[in-house]
Design a protein around this ligand. Structure first.
Ligand SMILES: *Cc1c(COP(=O)(O)O)cnc(C)c1O
Length: 371
């Protein structure tokens, strides 16, 4: 049975993206080397920058976390100090990286249901002038909120800090301009809003900042600078590249253009989200976040108060009908998540809502029951 993934990734992909992986591909094949080159240029273009303007794209094998860790562990030098701003599990993941790599760092935390407060951030920077780098998540996939990245970017720039953004679950589904948002490093991966298959992460980097990372890495395989140099000198990866994932990604980028670019994709995701919001509200579900800070990538829904609700059974029965949803990751509330990115269209969301209605009836769950 064909299953649709209503998750934050890996996502449902098109048939043609999967078909791009049918031919074995040597890592020195010209077709592959060209695909890598195209992808690196095209990703910069999607972020409204280019090599000519002093930006570089580095592809890193592995999942999204490998890309974030490559940047964090390569660009924060021995004498540098990182500020991690956290309001969810992905911010906390960067804190873990900073701890493991023994980086000098501070953590500024906000509640999971609140966006990062730019004024508080600025006060923190002023109070701790030793900070050199700031890291923040754009779309906090834990809850689905969007942090005010442009404002934090402006504050970072005004206070002379290097700004690192995990835009994993938003890049490609939200229009982002690295220059006007003052982002020095932007990280995302192959299997999120560009709608490729898993296999690699990429870091879009301000070249002047990337060059400072020379000799600073804490590991061999995640050395961002050396990875970049490898790609620049002969177009090759230092270690086995995710060849088929790259071929699929190039096809996914073509399909993004055919759809009408990021603007059109953003519209489709927003349309999906609107149907999801309305359908779930009609069924009686409450969202974890206030609507004004919620993004259009993924939504957290609170468990119904009805004691008969069992998430495992709910999940399994949806799965049996071909719909994969996602468990929650909140520290303070019981919730599950539904993503609306990937090859998901308004009709699919309507079908998901119909399936949820069916399962609730079968399970005799009264969603509107109050606590
Ligand atoms: C998906 C995601 C990641 C990376 O997760 P992987 O499992 O390593 O691909 C990192 N940050 C955010 C915000 C994400 O949504």
């Amino acid at each position: 049975m064909k299953k649709l993934l209503f998750t934050p990734g890996p996502l449902s992909t098109s048939k043609t993206v999967k078909e791009a992986m049918l031919e074995d591909m040597g890592s020195r094949d010209q077709a592959f080397v060209h695909a890598v080159k195209d992808i690196r240029n095209e990703l910069l273009r999607l972020a409204h920058v280019s090599q000519g303007e002093g930006y570089e794209c580095v592809i890193i094998q592995g999942s999204g976390t490998f890309g974030v860790e490559s940047v964090i562990s390569s660009v924060v030098g021995k004498n540098d100090v990182l500020l991690v701003i956290a309001n969810g599990a992905y911010g906390e993941r960067i804190v873990k990286m900073a701890t493991i790599h023994q980086l000098k760092h501070y953590v500024l935390r906000f509640d999971e249901d609140q966006v990062v407060n730019p004024e508080v951030t600025e006060q923190f920077l002023k109070a701790h002038p030793d900070i050199t780098h700031v890291a923040c998540i754009h779309s906090e996939t834990t809850t689905g909120l969007f942090n005010p990245i442009a404002e934090i970017g402006a504050i970072s720039k005004n206070n002379d800090k290097t700004f690192i953004v995990d835009a994993m679950s938003s890049f490609g589904g939200v229009n982002m301009n690295m220059k006007t948002m003052n982002i020095d490093f932007l990280v995302s991966s192959s299997n999120k809003c560009i709608e490729g298959v898993p296999g690699f992460a990429f870091a879009l980097c301000k070249k002047a900042e990337l060059e400072k990372a020379k000799g600073q890495a804490r590991s061999l395989s995640l050395d961002l600078y050396e990875q970049w140099k490898g790609l620049e000198t002969n177009g090759q990866f230092r270690f086995t590249p995710p060849t088929l994932s790259i071929m699929a990604f190039r096809q996914a980028m073509k399909e993004l253009e055919q759809e009408g670019g990021i603007a059109a994709r953003e519209k489709r995701y927003q349309a999906n989200k609107k149907i999801l919001d309305k359908g779930m509200a009609d069924l009686g579900f409450k969202q974890y976040l206030n609507a004004d800070i919620q993004g259009h990538i993924i939504t957290s829904f609170l468990y119904p108060a009805d004691p008969g609700f069992n998430f495992e059974r709910f999940y399994q029965k949806l799965n049996d009908r071909g719909f994969i949803i996602y468990p929650g990751k909140l520290s303070k509330a019981d919730a599950f998540r539904i993503g609306n990115i990937g090859q998901i269209f308004p009709e699919d969301v309507k079908n998901l809502i119909a399936a949820i209605r069916e399962v609730l009836e079968e399970e005799k769950i009264n969603v509107a029951m109050v606590q």
